[in-house]
Design a protein around this ligand. Structure first.
Ligand SMILES: [Zn+2]
Length: 114
């Protein structure tokens, strides 16, 4: 099966819809809003979209720890749990999300320490 992602939200997609059948996220085109065009996961753009999505998961987890006092493990489990709904392979993305999480957590803590 050829794998696509929606370039706007990073969800796994077919060539013209999200996996749940809903239209791809709208983008502004020449005639106003139109559905985004799915990109191949294995293309440079697809990789960029996935990298950004995984980074966003890391940010969410780090903010959860900083703002809510959630334990690091629970915060990571939380975002990885929601990643399942994007059709992502949890074992495959966990290292990247974890790396992003630690990077952002360190930077947020550095910022709030003084
Ligand atoms: Zn989308």
């Amino acid at each position: 099966m050829t794998a696509y992602v929606c370039p706007e939200c990073g969800e796994s997609a077919t060539d013209d819809a999200h996996l749940d059948g809903s239209p791809l996220c709208p983008v502004v085109g020449a005639a106003g809003y139109e559905p985004a065009r799915a990109v191949l996961v294995d293309s440079p753009e697809g990789q960029l979209v996935q990298d950004q999505l995984l980074d966003a998961f890391g940010v969410d987890a780090a903010l959860d720890v900083i703002r809510n006092g959630t334990s690091e493990q629970d915060a990571l489990d939380g975002v990885l749990g929601s990643a399942g709904s994007y059709g992502l392979d949890l074992d495959g993305i966990a290292p990247a999300v974890g790396a992003s999480f630690r990077e952002h957590l360190t930077s947020y803590r550095g910022r709030t320490a003084h």
